[in-house]
Write a protein that binds this ligand. Structure first.
Ligand SMILES: [Zn+2]
Length: 169
């Protein structure tokens, strides 16, 4: 089993977190209030497309072993849970024009119309983007119909969590 990439990824994430002191932004009222749907290093950051149909990355990829439980980052209502093109997707409407989508899942634990609470298990992860080298959860967030950076909503993650994730053994 290859372990090198995990350590590199973890360190790449840790370094800026340490530099910034892991202090949540005080200016944005909505920032940092979400629970991480899965806990892991960000292996692909948000890259908004120039046009609605342009190329880019409409969310973030969080590394997670296939079958990892995905929890709702905030309360809301499930507005979609099912297959699209042979892959499983789930969307939660959090109100106020804000929604989150989970892509390439292996299992859904809720169905359309269900109300979910923050931290409630809603799905299990699959591989992630087809052909990606590391399994992950793709998390997309939309505000008033436009994709926004999910990291603006996720709170800081503790150093201890990453140390535990890094398989140095
Ligand atoms: Zn992605």
């Amino acid at each position: 089993m290859r372990r090198g990439p995990w350590i590199i990824v973890a360190l790449a994430i840790l370094t800026p977190a340490i530099a910034a002191g892991s202090v949540p932004a005080a200016s944005a009222a909505s920032a940092g209030g979400w629970t991480w749907p899965v806990v892991g290093p960000i292996i692909q950051t948000f890259d908004p497309p120039d046009t609605p149909y342009g190329s880019g990355h409409r969310g973030v990829d969080i590394a997670a072993a296939v079958g990892t439980t995905v929890v709702a980052p905030a309360g809301g209502t499930v507005t979609f849970a099912g297959p699209v093109g042979g892959y499983l997707f789930l969307t939660i409407d959090h109100g106020g024009g804000l929604s989150s989508t989970y892509s390439w899942l292996s299992e859904k634990l809720v169905r359309k119309g269900d109300r979910v609470l923050q931290g409630q298990p809603v799905a299990s992860t699959g591989w992630g983007h087809p052909g990606a080298p590391i399994p992950h959860l793709h998390l997309g967030v939309k505000l008033d119909g436009a994709y926004v950076d999910p990291l603006s909503y996720l709170g800081p993650i503790s150093l201890a969590t990453f140390v535990r994730l890094a398989p140095f053994g």
